[in-house]
Design a protein around this ligand. Structure first.
Ligand SMILES: Cc1cc2nc3c(=O)[nH]c(=O)nc-3n(C[C@H](O)[C@H](O)[C@H](O)COP(=O)(O)OP(=O)(O)OC[C@H]3O[C@@H](n4cnc5c(N)ncnc54)[C@H](O)[C@@H]3O)c2cc1C
Length: 268
């Protein structure tokens, strides 16, 4: 079935890491009054390649729903068609357009909100930024219900920690938000966390279980329960490339976490 295509006009484009060739985009859908979506969803970009074949690629919204606007965070993939198409959109005059359809996807926060560990690498941070904008809106309201929210962000170098200043400011403002950028190839001057995302993740899970007096590994869930009856007090949301997503899922499974507690989106 043909999907309704929407024209999204580029309102702002910013290179947020020269080294990683990562770009932030603000788009406006002039034909709509509002573009409602749930944080964590994506749009599909559609464009013809040099042979005239329509290509479609998914891009997570990097912002919470906001009128008829949405934001994306995209890095160039070597030889990649759509990521380069976006990264090459001319900055000036602002007003280049792309075709999209959506919103799509189920990578969304469980309701009601529980303690949540957000784990991302690279542009996998996009849906996490969308979640955080929804949980902690700029107008000072708060949908987190006092739950603990951790963002574990993994990348190689300090130069590719996207949106760092925003997340640091949020962590300074909200005591229940914890920001843990973790570098796998840190320069000597880096004083923060080193290694892969699994390391801080394991510490969060162990320390929380100890604090709450919960056993680890967690006891098995009654297999006769229906999905709708499952009720956990913590979830992990993982987004990025498959290798990282699989590694994090394995670490959590080793702690006895139920598969429904591990919500993930793979980019490849
Ligand atoms: C649900 C979903 C949400 C996504 N959200 C985002 C997002 O917010 N930001 C973003 O930058 N990307 C996102 N992606 C990835 C995006 O859809 C494209 O796969 C990516 O931009 C590459 O497309 P391309 O046309 O440039 O490369 P292609 O022409 O499709 O591929 C070129 C080569 O790169 C490899 N490749 C494909 N994807 C990747 C990748 N992500 N990293 C490294 N190598 C790759 C391919 O195997 C191929 O060899 C998302 C993917 C999914 C499924």
């Amino acid at each position: 079935m043909a999907r309704e295509l929407l024209t999204a006009r580029l309102a702002r484009k910013e290179c947020i890491s020269e080294v990683a060739q990562c770009y932030h985009f603000d788009f406006v859908l002039d034909e709509l009054e509002s573009f409602p979506f749930v944080s964590g969803q994506f749009v599909s970009g559609v464009a013809p390649d040099d042979k005239g074949k329509q290509q479609t690629r998914a891009y997570s919204m990097a912002s919470a729903a906001n009128g008829n606007r949405f934001e994306l965070c995209v890095n160039r993939v070597e030889e990649g068609f759509f990521s380069n198409h976006l990264a090459d959109l001319p900055d000036l005059p602002i007003g280049s357009t792309i075709q999209i359809h959506g919103p799509h996807g189920h990578f969304v926060l469980q309701q009601p909100i529980t303690d949540s560990i957000l784990v991302a690498t690279g542009t996998g941070v996009a849906p996490m930024r969308s979640y955080l904008q929804w949980l902690f809106p700029a107008d000072g309201s708060d949908r987190s219900d006092g739950k603990q929210i951790w963002l574990v962000y993994g990348t190689r170098h300090e130069s590719d920690i996207y949106y760092r200043a925003e997340f640091e400011a949020l962590a300074a403002r909200k005591p229940n938000f914890h920001y843990l950028p973790t570098l796998s190839r840190a320069e000597a001057s880096w004083t923060g966390l080193r290694g892969h995302v699994q390391e801080p993740l394991v510490r969060i899970v162990e320390e929380r279980a100890a604090r709450l007096g919960q056993p680890l590994p967690a006891p098995p869930v009654d297999p006769t329960l229906l999905n709708s009856e499952l009720n956990f007090d913590i979830y992990t949301y993982i987004c990025g490339l498959n290798e990282m997503v699989s590694g994090v899922r394995e670490s959590l499974t080793a702690f006895g976490w139920h598969k429904k507690q591990i919500v993930f989106e793979r980019y490849d």
